[in-house]
Ligand binder design. Sequence first.
Ligand code: R5P
Length: 285
Amino acid sequence: MTTIVPASTSQALSAALAAEGVGSLTVPTYDCFPDGETLAAVPAFDDDAAVIVGSTATNDAHIELLQLQDAVREAGATDITTVVPYLGYARQDTAFRAGQPVSVRAAARAISLETDRVVLVEPHEPAVADFFTVPTAAVDAAERLADPLSGLDDPLFLAPDEGAIALATTTRDAYGAGDVDFFEKERDYDTGEIELTPSDAHVADRDIVVVDDIIATGGTMSGAIEVLSAREAGRIYAVCVHPVLAEAALTKLSAAGVERVIGTDTLERAVSDVSVAPAVAAQLR
Ligand code: R5P
């Protein structure tokens, strides 16, 4: 048998994986000392195999995941799989300026130390998997993103930048109808300002589904929604794999006129209406 070890960030997804038959849940403890240090621990267990599930959207979550790996090894597990549904720092996949780290490489090397394999979900760029020093697979979650959508009027599936075209296309294919298009995006890394250049696609009175891998600050998505609203689009849906939703992102999207925000349970948010559990479970079988 396999023991599923949930990090505090991935409790619902861990339960969904248990329901998919991946293994049985153990109940870790998650403590924090007055100086801010975390201490995650696991109860004793008899299984040799463990699946640790932990998204790393914060620095504390990174440390907690490493602690759970160490604790599980200490408890005697000889076969450890680490599932990282949302891998933080994935967008820092290169040194953009002299003197900067490749942050995701540092994180990947640390995660690789006490595990036999890693499973990621949509890690921003597929090449991120190469930074791990153990066998690493990336799960495609896009096919489920269309599940909550129905009754769209002449839909257009729009990628807010070229990098999201494949996601938008898979989502359209899963929905079964509609066109695909994309915007050109330029980001000024000094100011954080985003400039979106709309395509020539006809959007007036059409329902638009904007599909991206991550909604973080909401800057990209709300910029796209503003352009679409100005061109008198119908209902506008903001769909993503990873609903980071930092700071006032949700409010930004609402103010821009979004009809609904849809994300997956790689991060546990109010909008996490799609579960990646079936896709992750299929990878684990
Ligand atoms: C960028 O390449 C990503 O695909 C997302 O578009 C971006 O990370 C979203 O970030 P934000 O919500 O802060 O604009």
